[in-house]
Design a protein around this ligand. Structure first.
Ligand code: FAD
Length: 382
């Protein structure tokens, strides 16, 4: 019998295998991944530098050990190039592989801005262990008080800014919006990150886009939309992630922002499932750790002939900016409501409620982050 095949060795891929093994010791499982397959915690990538961690030190369990412990066949450094849905076979860089059920856990690609300049290709982004190793080598190559430019003041940009500033680098952050985390937080909460991060060494440039990056001796020159230029020793792009959908799209699966699945994580092909950063489940992409854990548990049961819909509880996200602790639980995209904002010396508590006073989302900074579990219990989940 053909195995269950999982593509991807990120948190989504490995967690679904782990959950499957809790239910069956016998079912043959093959995991294919383009990377080395080592198990690591991706959220560590944006706060590992100040702790002086190497990429190897971020690996919690090496790939071969994961495969042995879980009793699966691992095909690392193997790229899946196409899915032949009719024959239930994958075309990979190492030959063909048949499947009985297929799980897509493909993750997301960092968005690359269309930058001009002769150094646009040297702008780094960090989305996996190989990227982190490259980034760390580049950081090691600049002086200890070197200048690092970060493009993007979203979650990943702010986390890197805090971490690198604490590590002693001079950080400049460029973003066309007007305050940090503007897609996650109401303005008062977002703005409350600015002074604490500035105090650890972050220089904010809001309302500014980077147009081009050029070599300037051993440094880089950033050309901004207002015609000015800035110098940096390293440029990091953190402008968001885009679900990896190309493989699914070419195979004729339904794709929207992510690979479309129902609540059973099933794609438009009943033998193919998707979860994690590549998936759009019940209308939303949820590119965070907790939704993956819930999805993996439900999917393992479904794959073992116990159809189980995933139910997502309230899942607040903690932003790793220790200079200004922040936690957020986003309301559904189309939710109607109003923000109530309580501002104190020690932080901000912003709650988003509907006309009946039901709590739909919140954003907390500073000391108010202590209230996140209590508030999460009150959240009405769509
Ligand atoms: P990935 O980990 O990206 O794995 C994708 C896998 O698919 C890889 O193994 C890749 O090689 C493989 N693959 C892709 N295409 C192919 C192909 N064609 N053939 C073979 N293999 C393929 N979330 C939180 O909840 N809290 C946080 O604090 C947090 N911090 C973060 C910090 C950073 C810097 C980043 C980047 C993300 C953070 N996240 C955080 C998000 C969270 O880490 C992700 O949601 C999660 O790790 C995604 O896991 P995944 O398995 O879906 O994707």
């Amino acid at each position: 019998m053909s195995p269950i095949v999982v593509i991807g060795s990120g948190l989504a891929g490995w967690t679904v295998v782990r959950e499957l093994r809790k239910l069956t010791k016998e079912a043959p499982i093959v995991l294919i991944c383009a990377d080395a397959g080592d198990f690591y915690s991706k959220p560590m990538l944006s706060n590992a530098l100040a702790q002086n961690k190497t990429a190897a030190q971020l690996v919690t369990t090496p790939a071969a050990k994961m495969a042995e412990q879980l009793g699966i066949t691992l095909l690392p450094r193997t790229r899946v190039e196409a899915i032949d849905r009719e024959r239930k076979r994958l075309i990979t860089s190492a030959g063909e592989q048949s499947y009985s059920a297929l799980v897509l856990a493909l993750g997301a690609d960092p968005i690359r801005l269309p930058l001009g300049g002769d150094a646009a290709e040297d702008v780094l982004s960090v989305n996996d262990l190989d990227d982190y190793a490259r980034f760390r080598r580049a950081v090691a190559g600049i002086a200890s008080k070197g200048r690092i430019a970060i493009i993007g003041a979203g979650l990943i940009g702010c986390e890197f800014a805090n971490d690198l500033a604490v590590a002693g680098y001079a950080i400049s952050v460029y973003d066309p919006t007007t305050y940090p985390l503007s897609s996650l937080l109401p303005e008062a909460a977002g703005r409350s990150l600015m002074a604490p991060l500035a105090a650890v060494g972050v220089d904010w440039h809001f309302g500014r886009s980077v147009r081009a990056v050029d070599h300037q001796g051993t440094a880089f020159q950033l050309s901004l939309d207002n015609g000015t230029t800035q110098l940096a020793d390293l440029v990091l792009s953190a402008v968001g992630l885009r679900p990896r959908t190309a493989l699914a799209k070419t195979a004729g699966l339904e794709v929207n922002r992510g690979i479309v699945t129902d609540a059973h994580l099933r794609t438009s092909d009943p033998a193919i499932y998707a979860l994690g950063d590549c998936a759009e489940t019940s209308g939303a992409v949820r590119p965070y750790v907790l939704p993956i854990m819930h999805s993996a548990r439900a999917l393992a049961r479904t794959l073992m002939s116990d159809p189980t819909a995933v139910a997502f509880p309230a899942m607040p996200v903690v932003v790793k900016t220790p200079a200004r602790p922040t936690a957020v639980a986003m309301a559904a995209k189309d939710a109607q409501g109003v923000w109530e904002i309580i501002e104190s010396e020690t932080g901000i508590k912003a709650t988003f409620s509907d006309a009946n006073g039901k709590l739909l989302g919140f954003a907390l900074t500073g000391s108010h982050t202590d209230e996140r579990m209590a508030l999460a219990k009150l959240l009405v989940v769509a």
